[in-house]
Design a protein around this ligand. Sequence first.
Ligand SMILES: [Zn+2]
Length: 384
Amino acid sequence: MAARATATVLAGARVVLPTGVVENGRVVVEGTRIAGAADPGTPVRDLSGHWIVPGFVDIHNHGGGGASFTSGTAEDVLKGVDTHRRHGTTTLVASTVTASMDFLTRRAGMLSELVEQGDLAGIHFEGPFISPCRKGAHSEALLLDPEPAEVRRLVDAARGTARMITLATELPGGIDSVRMLAEHGVIAAVGHTDASYEQTVEAIEAGATVATHLFNAMPGLAHRAPGPIAALLEDERVTVELINDGVHLHPAALELAFHSAGAGRVAFITDAMDAAGFGDGRYELGPLEVEVKDGVARLVEGGSIAGSTLTLDTAFRRAVTVDRLPVEDVVRAISANPARLLGAYDRIGSLEPAKDADLVVLDSDFVLQGVMRRGEWIVEPKGA
Ligand SMILES: [Zn+2]
């Protein structure tokens, strides 16, 4: 049984707030929320030598713990969610992969129930409206042009829980679909795209605000053909997703993106598949077969990288210890920025009074020691 922290003061830790790092800081938890002050006599938990950071927010995640968000039962989906929670992700948007429209609309109905229950923060549809030239681990036979009526079918099937749809905006209907999504409050994400720089600028002007795993599944940055990467990095309105697993991106590419966009416009994502938090072996990604070896997921046929086995605690640690990014910037990329994208920053994404008590406790080496979600320990710190 997880212990419910009715009222607790977490004290002595380095606490990362929007204003910076507070040494010997305190976080007061009351019920499911963070409180401004504690009543006298409230139990104090000493977390000295630790960091307390906001719970992580993953807006692009296909599964974990051996379970897929595209094909598993509701129970499987919850198992995947729980696996990522244990790695610090207190808010998770479930991503689907390309499948038939009938399958995806049914899937949207099932996932939307889990959103309504509060287990998921929304649905991200990745495919089928993507480019056959940049399909990555999506099945080509099922790809469609992003005609607004078709895209709209997914939005409707999700009954208000569609948060993001990845589109190759250069395909027929792409720009109209971006406009339609923006009008419905659904994030239009540019990705799995073969667009030019100019075509990407047009998509941003139409309302696209996210780059789906920048660099991956799009043309590279070339000096006479700067492509989508330059357009997405330069525009203040766009947040770029980065998969910081050391496999999808060279550290120098991550640094380029981070410094070009700035810490306020980066969202760390996992793009995780079933094997995250589970192990090597054979898996299915939609209709395709994937082999995971040494934590790297590749299609059995063709060898494309097929999602990651990343969890966000690993992305956090890597960002601080390998990429040498300031902790405050990592917190923005992993919690605050994605929370803002979801329109949920009033409730999550920082450790401020009245927000949900969603937090992660890390030791001095940035290894995860504790996870609290809505005031309840999912992973209780030991010996602290
Ligand atoms: Zn993905």
